[in-house]
Every structure is written in C-alpha cells, then in structure tokens.
Design a protein around this ligand. Structure first.
Ligand SMILES: [Zn+2]
Ligand SMILES: [Zn+2]
Length: 131
C-alpha cells in the first residue's frame, strides 16, 4: 500500500483543505476537478494516491459501500451518512439521529472491535418533490 510516506506535502495539504470545504462527500474524480483549479498540472493518479494517504493518516474519512465509487469526507468527527437512492447524494445525519447502538462483543468471535459504520438510504426531498 502507500503507508510509507506520511509527510504533509503542498499538494496533500491543498487536497485536504479543499475536501474540508465541501459537504458533498465527493469522489476522487470530483476532488480532482476541484483541485485542478489551483493545481492545473496535478494528475488524477496523484489525487487518488494522496486521498489514500490522507485517509491512512486519519485526516479524512473514506466512505465505502455507497455505490461503486468510493467517496471522501473531510469531517472526521464520528457521524453517519444517508444516501439518496435516486440521485446518489450523500448527506450527514445529525449527531443525535442514531443513538444507543449496542454491540455485544461476546457474540463476535475472533475480532477486537474498533469501529462501526451505519449507512442509511432513502429518497431526498428534491427527488421526492420531482416525482
Ligand atoms: Zn435525491
Ligand atoms: Zn460526512
């Protein structure tokens, strides 16, 4: 993997800053379009690699399991996501929307549990109103 180089390079910092500005949970391709405005010569591969490293560094969150493209989140506070099954947009849920998740560690053999993820899906207001 890429787990060797954890320096904060100029490119890496810019990708991180741009990702923290948006609430849309963009894909790597979408982030590429954004950062190219300030770094016209950056390659898509560089963006992909830096996103993987930033997520390994714990500075961003990689969202998987929503469709076939991995998405990224600059908000590293614990929060859950909801995705519209029609337009594919992903929103943050309010912190208190899901509470009291109980995991019975005795029932899960062979693992020490460090994290859990919950992803909701539904139809957003815009798609609902558009019919
Ligand atoms: Zn929608
Ligand atoms: Zn989020």
């Amino acid at each position: 993997m890429y787990a060797t180089d954890f320096r904060m390079t100029h490119q890496r910092r810019l990708i991180l800053e741009e990702l923290k500005k948006v609430k849309t949970h963009p894909t790597a391709d979408e982030i590429y379009v954004i950062v190219r405005k300030t770094m016209p010569r950056i390659s898509l591969g560089t963006v992909y690699r830096n996103l993987e490293i930033l997520s390994a560094m714990g500075l961003i969150i990689k969202i998987e399991g929503f469709g076939n493209q991995r998405r990224f989140d600059g908000n590293t506070n614990k929060h859950y996501h909801i995705r519209c099954i029609k337009c594919g947009k992903i929103d943050d849920l309010p912190e208190d929307a899901i509470t009291n998740i109980e995991v019975d560690h005795n029932k899960i053999k062979g693992y020490s549990i460090y994290n859990h993820e919950i992803q909701l899906s539904g139809i957003c207001e815009q798609c609902h109103n558009a019919k």
